[in-house]
Design a protein around this ligand. Structure first.
Ligand code: GLN
Length: 196
């Protein structure tokens, strides 16, 4: 059984739980989903999910609960993380916003709300490296990935800007793969090595 921790201080938590269960089932695995609201749980987890929501709130609560250091340790031991939208903002090196205490899990600089306000949310078919068919990507007040470091692999771009990246064990997306029934991004983040 795969223990999947969903950071649950704020944001779209239950959707990620469903998505990782579906992805695990596709690979003949069981996933036990645990919600992370306090310290002490991350060290038990095989994989972590950092959901969308409001990055200022998420980063503040992670620091207050002492979960931030645990997530950094998880990544240092090369265990996988999928960070989506606000989760990617929190996981970035720099969010160009003092209110967000970033975790520096991926070597990327992001701009919050760069695609515009809520009304500018949209869904689009997206070509993603490693996927045969386009992925239905849901963007909701999505961050834009402004700069990536040399070791970062760009998995997908929209309008010539990266919107899905991989840096070692961490996959980050500007969009919300947990909001569709398509679990291929969760597959890429957590089960790609098993395939290879
Ligand atoms: N705009 C939000 C933020 O900056 C992220 C939006 C989302 O996660 N859907 O935190």
């Amino acid at each position: 059984t795969l223990t999947a921790g969903v950071v649950a201080v704020q944001g779209d938590v239950s959707e990620h739980g469903d998505a990782i269960r579906r992805a695990a089932a596709n690979h003949g695995r069981d996933a036990e989903v645990v919600e992370i609201r306090k310290s002490g749980i991350v060290p038990e987890c095989d994989v972590l999910l950092l959901p969308g929501g409001e990055s200022t709130a998420i980063s503040r609560l992670l620091a207050r609960q002492g979960i931030d250091d645990e997530i950094e340790r998880h990544v240092k031991t090369e265990k996988p993380v999928l960070a989506t939208c606000a989760g990617l903002i929190v996981a970035s090196r720099d969010a160009r916003d003092e209110r967000v205490e970033t975790l520096d899990l991926v070597d990327a600089t992001v701009d919050r709300n760069a695609f515009g306000r809520q009304k500018d949310s949209f869904e689009a078919p997206l070509d993603v490296a490693g996927l045969d068919e386009p992925f239905p990507a849901v963007f909701i007040r999505a961050p834009l990935i402004a700069e990536v470091g040399r070791d970062v692999e760009v998995l997908a771009s929209w309008d010539e800007k990266p919107v899905a990246i991989r840096d070692g064990p961490v996959v980050g997306t500007s969009f919300h793969p947990e909001l569709t029934s398509d679990s291929r991004i969760h597959d890429l983040a957590f089960f790609a090595e098993a395939e290879a």
